[in-house]
Design a protein around this ligand. Sequence first.
Ligand SMILES: Nc1ncnc2c1ncn2[C@@H]1O[C@H](COP(=O)(O)OP(=O)(O)OP(=O)(O)O)[C@@H](O)[C@H]1O
Ligand SMILES: [Mg+2]
Length: 254
Amino acid sequence: MSVIDRNKLSVRNLDLFYGDKQALKKINMDIKENKVTALIGPSGCGKSTFLRTLNRMNDLIENVKIDGVIEVDGEDIYKNNDVIKLRTKIGMVFQKANLFPMSIYDNVAYGPRIHGIKDKATLDKIVEESLKGAAIWDEVKDRLKMPALGLSGGQQQRVCIARTIAMKPDVILMDEPTSALDPISTAKVEELIFELKKDYTIVIVTHNMQQAARISDETGFFLNGELIEYNNTKDIFTVPTDKRTEDYITGRFG
Ligand SMILES: Nc1ncnc2c1ncn2[C@@H]1O[C@H](COP(=O)(O)OP(=O)(O)OP(=O)(O)O)[C@@H](O)[C@H]1O
Ligand SMILES: [Mg+2]
């Protein structure tokens, strides 16, 4: 039985300028719900810039000008000014784990507390569910009150994912989430991403071609601010239609 894919995000004619420099050029991209979409391409091609447009993280950078439309569930995110709500709906995990210097528990409870949840039993439940969801519960359940920065890098990254999940987002953006991790931690995070797509729409930037091929359903190849090719991952890696995509995935440049 085939299920019709639903688009979670829809990007139309997106241009982005840093001052005079154009970093994204007429990007058109539909991102499917409950799928993993990988963004690949050489350094400086605009992957992180693009990812940040999806939850308006570029708003924090000076001199950024954005044209075009980005819709989430059919709603134009640049027309609605509730950016806090947007970033709750579209969470982000960064390249380097960026936990706060507080306990594991407090890191995960941080967002829910800011949103006014004070009841201890409710917070306990959110923390436990989020850490379970991020496949790190068993490793930390006996030391929830210990400093989060005392965990290994791979554990910290999974707590970052738990912190994102705690906000109950629809979409999780990940910018090279495993590039600072050893192979075992990387494998754990990859397995986790595979699990998470049941409940979330995931967009991940990666420099690792094998990783993109292993974990993603759809892949977009960026070059010099353009989306050169966007297709299901299998086709991108086996029968790319653009010579530049082929050159990149076979390691001839970048
Ligand atoms: N805050 C900024 N101000 C000005 N230019 C920027 C800024 N951030 C990125 N750029 C420029 O925009 C272009 C795209 O950068 P971006 O960080 O999106 O690339 P990337 O594909 O994520 O690269 P990498 O793989 O190295 O992370 C680059 O030319 C970069 O120098
Ligand atoms: Mg980047």
